[in-house]
Design a protein around this ligand. Structure first.
Ligand code: NAP
Length: 271
């Protein structure tokens, strides 16, 4: 049966591919992001294009209003996000707040605004695109981890709160995948560690990040999108879906090693 879906961050990466596939399958798709020009092809396929700056609460509210005026959605995919990397000591508070606004508060606000209509209908699905970095930490990724760990906590609470209303909440936890995400993460890591006491650590972290996102262990985005589609269509979706080549390995290593040994293993990779 065709569904009505809002996908944030639909201008590229996972969001674009997902929007394309959902439109091809005959669904009504709201595609939201800042880069309207990059969503023209989705518009030609029948997508409803919406300007969204997730860092601006007014824009988030305007996006929800547009969607509600057009009937609301069965599925909300909170996908828009970026990776802020760099040492906690040097990353400016303003940058950290933007990270939390886009990756945590915008998905939470869209959820708040679209929920009443879902509850009225007696069904709905909220898919939050987290990351394996929502469960496994690494140095120089503190604010990104903070945003995704928070999204995980919020989604777990929400899943239980919404059970009586027949609204399902799902977390998608990709490992590194080949999208433009890595360019932003690498640029911020360089920007905030260069010419500081963290420069050496930063350079080594950058190499490690680049090998994870650009190397053989990085997944094709279509694999992640296939998992999102599975979560959208499953009758009884799992609370969380780990996906991509490195995610399970990272989580198992962290769980089996415990914090002290896991810290040591990470530091040994940064020598
Ligand atoms: N790629 C990976 O390795 C990886 C791994 C785990 C999790 N993830 C997560 O997956 C999600 C999608 O990432 P991706 O890999 O597809 O990255 P991407 O190719 O860089 O795409 C990011 C999308 O988010 C949107 N976005 C960023 N900032 C925004 C803002 N302020 N307002 C509205 N939209 C904004 C971008 O649109 P505009 O710039 O046009 O606004 C774009 O459509 C993110 O939440 C990311 O954290 C990615």
């Amino acid at each position: 049966m065709s569904k009505s879906i809002l996908i944030t961050g639909a201008s590229k990466g996972f969001g674009y591919l997902l929007a394309e596939k959902m439109l091809d399958a005959g669904n009504k798709v709201f595609c939201a992001a800042r880069s309207l020009d990059q969503m023209q092809a989705l518009k030609e396929k029948g997508g409803h294009i919406i300007y969204l700056d997730a860092n601006d609460p007014k824009s988030v509210e305007e996006c929800a209003r547009t969607v509600l005026e057009k009937g609301g959605v069965d599925v909300l995919v909170n996908n828009a996000g970026f990776g802020l990397y760099g040492p906690v000591e040097t990353v400016p508070q303003a940058a950290a707040r933007e990270q939390m606004e886009v990756n945590l508060f915008a998905p939470a606000r869209l959820t708040q605004l679209l929920l009443p209509k879902m509850r009225q209908r007696g069904s709905g699905r909220i898919i939050n695109i987290s990351s394996v970095a929502g469960r496994v930490y690494s140095p120089m990724s503190a604010w990104y981890c903070a945003s995704k760990f928070s999204l995980e906590g919020l989604s777990d609470c929400l899943r239980v709160e919404l059970k009586p209303f027949n609204i399902k909440v799902v977390l998608i936890e990709p490992g590194p995948a080949k999208t433009d995400w890595s360019a932003g993460a690498k640029a911020s890591l360089l920007k905030y560690s260069e010419a500081t006491d963290y420069q050496n650590f930063g350079e080594k972290s950058l190499k490690l990040l680049a090998s994870a996102t650009d190397g053989a262990m990085s997944s094709d985005p279509s694999q992640v999108v296939a998992t999102i589609i599975k979560a959208i269509n499953a009758k009884n979706p799992k609370p969380r879906y780990l996906c991509g080549k490195m995610s399970r390995l990272s989580l198992v290593s962290k769980t089996l090693l415990g914090n002290r040994l896991f810290d040591k293993a990470m530091l040994s990779q940064l020598k």
